[in-house]
Design a protein around this ligand. Structure first.
Ligand SMILES: [Fe+2]
Length: 298
């Protein structure tokens, strides 16, 4: 299973796309009507879709094999979660299902989606490395992710439940926020230099990180968070830890910091108030009606 993309809705999709291409460093992939698709250097046809409309999240998309999809469909059907079969009309196509987790988080799982030719560009994000969601009950969300989606919890901290769907330490996480929304979108950069050049590009626009640069505890990835002009929290990230199947799940008491530290480096302040405000903006928009899923392989 792989995280591929996030599909966002924003009132001025062209303006959001201009920021993500001209400043953040993505490449335009395609425009369909008023929907902009943006990509990175890797083989995914797009990483971010920006559809025009009332601000929100349409879906976060994961790619899987047909066999994974068949077993996932069976577990989702048995779970009673709202879901429906889908055929993707986004670049790459593919078929699968969309499922609504208990607090409204919308995850789409596709098999048979086409890849694109990789692009050269040292400042292009390679791919998305994680999409973090806010939750009123992050433990319950992590539990559903494990039981129904087949994901695995990697670590629990005071703030988050980190969840993986392959050997990357986390592809998603549920933040103990008290409400349900998009927390942030993290872009995998080629290396630490690419992260720092990204910080420089935003500094050229008089934009300072809301947090970072730093290196996290769980996942050990380098990070720099910004609040994009269109409202979402976006992160330059690199070097997230790879973990084995027998990775010992950490508990909050395993992830404590010395006084005056909230990351390994201690270089930067965190603008908690601005981040918290931005993290509440993108809510989940479910515009579909649940329908029965096929529970045998196509
Ligand atoms: Fe992150």
């Amino acid at each position: 299973m792989k995280l591929r993309s996030i599909e966002l809705i924003t009132p001025d999709a062209a303006k959001a796309a201009a920021f993500l291409t001209d400043i953040w460093g993505m490449a335009p992939a395609e425009q369909r009507g008023t929907t902009h698709y943006l990509r990175g250097s890797g083989t995914h046809p797009y990483l971010v879709a920006l559809e025009e409309g009332q601000e929100g999240v349409r879906s976060t998309t994961f790619l899987c094999e047909e066999t994974e999809l068949a077993s996932l469909q069976k577990r989702v059907a048995e779970s009673g979660l709202a879901a429906k079969p889908v055929v993707s009309e986004d670049p790459g196509g593919g078929h699968g299902l969309i499922v609504e987790l208990p607090e409204g988080v919308l995850f789409r799982f596709l098999a048979g989606s086409a890849e694109a030719e990789p692009l050269d560009g040292r400042d292009l994000p390679v791919k998305l490395t994680h999409v973090v969601l806010n939750a009123a009950d992050a433990e319950a969300a992590g539990d559903v992710a494990e039981r129904v989606l087949g994901f695995q919890v990697s670590d629990r901290t005071k703030a988050m439940v980190f969840v993986r769907c392959n050997d990357s330490h986390h592809s998603t996480a549920f933040a103990r926020a008290g409400f349900s929304s998009l927390n942030h979108i993290a872009f995998e950069m080629a290396d630490i230099d690419a992260v720092f050049r990204g910080i420089g590009r935003l500094r050229d626009q008089k934009m300072a990180p809301a947090w970072g640069p730093g290196r996290h505890g769980p996942g050990a990835n380098v990070f720099a968070y910004f609040i994009a002009p269109f409202g979402a929290v976006v992160e330059f990230s690199t070097a997230v830890e790879k973990v084995a199947d027998d990775y010992k799940v950490g508990a909050p008491e395993d992830w404590t910091w010395p006084e005056n530290r909230i990351d390994h480096w201690g270089l930067s302040e965190k603008d908690n108030a601005a981040l918290r405000e931005a993290e509440q903006r993108f809510r989940f928009h479910r515009d579909w009606v649940a329908a029965p899923l096929a529970t045998t392989a196509a």
